[in-house]
Design a protein around this ligand. Structure first.
Ligand code: FMN
Length: 272
């Protein structure tokens, strides 16, 4: 007998509870037509700034092309393993072409439009992620999209005013990762006005994260423990901005690349 259907709120709550980023995939293909159906429904089911739909999604399933994405995404194995990689793009090219064909004043080629399009692409990605998860599929975001923006734009043949902002790998999970912690509600939900945390609040809010992080990185991985010692890292906080995690110098370089790319690819045009 089938389990009784859950009411929508309970079903959505269960879906969120079951979220894990999946980093190991079976080679099995995805059901025919499911991807396009999920994406079309995700766009319909996601708010869209001005209803401009300033987004595009490029599907990559060809193993040879996925191999190039694997390189561009820092050789994260799941890009190779998962049958599908989705590159979510901020896109005002199509809209600008439409404006031109109708003799309208050109627009949507400035920083505000970039922001609008990029955030529309991100929220679309998250709706699609939940939808894929509702079918029992696994997903993982690829933050490397930002670092490889130029290479991805060239490889995916994106015209001006189209840049990738995030990617999802999608496939059938080959493992069942444990749930990852989040900061407690008291750390980030504020009543009426921002409640600036004091030192004791910071200690309390990060205590569990520090305990779990240390267990995950140090106690379960001798290689990582050796790297912490090599780099003189004594805490999870020090790890985060060390050269082996989110190094501020590297981020400064990537930030400069992205700024230059936005100008090159048409997102900083003066009004015409
Ligand atoms: C924008 C974004 C980029 C991410 N990039 C990566 C990535 O490049 N590689 C990876 O393994 N996980 C990536 N993740 C997944 C996060 O590491 C993961 O969501 C976080 O550790 C919490 O784990 P959970 O999703 O299993 O709850 C990314 C997540 C987001 C939202």
């Amino acid at each position: 007998m089938n389990a009784p259907a859950l009411a929508p709120a309970a079903a959505f709550s269960a879906l969120m509870d079951s979220h894990r980023s999946v980093r190991s995939y079976k080679p099995d293909p995805l059901p025919e037509g499911l991807v396009d159906r999920v994406l079309a429904q995700a766009l319909q089911g996601t708010s869209s700034s001005g209803n401009l739909n300033l987004v595009s999604v490029v599907k990559t399933q060809d193993p040879a092309r996925k191999e190039r994405l694997f390189e561009l995404h820092g050789e994260q194995p799941m890009v190779r393993e998962a049958p599908l990689v989705l590159s979510f793009c901020a896109d005002s090219f199509r809209t600008r072409e439409w404006l031109a064909r109708r003799g309208a004043r050109p627009g949507f080629a400035d920083l505000v439009s970039w922001h609008t399009a990029a955030f529309d692409a991100m929220i679309l990605a998250q709706t699609a992620a939940l939808a894929f998860e509702s079918h029992g599929l696994g997903i993982c975001y690829m933050g490397t999209t930002l670092f490889a923006m130029r290479g991805l734009a060239d490889f995916l043949e994106l015209p001006d005013n189209v840049l990738p902002v995030t990617s999802l790998v999608v496939g059938w999970p080959a493992d069942a990762p444990p749930q990852r912690d989040r900061l407690p509600a008291a750390a980030w939900i504020h009543d009426e006005r921002y409640q600036r945390p004091g030192g004791d609040d910071i200690d309390r809010h990060f205590a569990e994260r520090e305990r779990r992080g240390r267990a995950r990185y140090m106690e379960s991985s001798p290689e990582m423990a050796a790297l912490w010692t090599e780099h003189g890292i004594g805490s999870l906080a020090q790890f985060y901005t060390s050269p082996i995690k989110y190094c501020p110098d590297l981020f400064a370089g990537f930030s400069a690349d992205i700024e230059a790319l936005l100008t090159e690819r048409g997102w900083r045009r003066p009004p015409v």
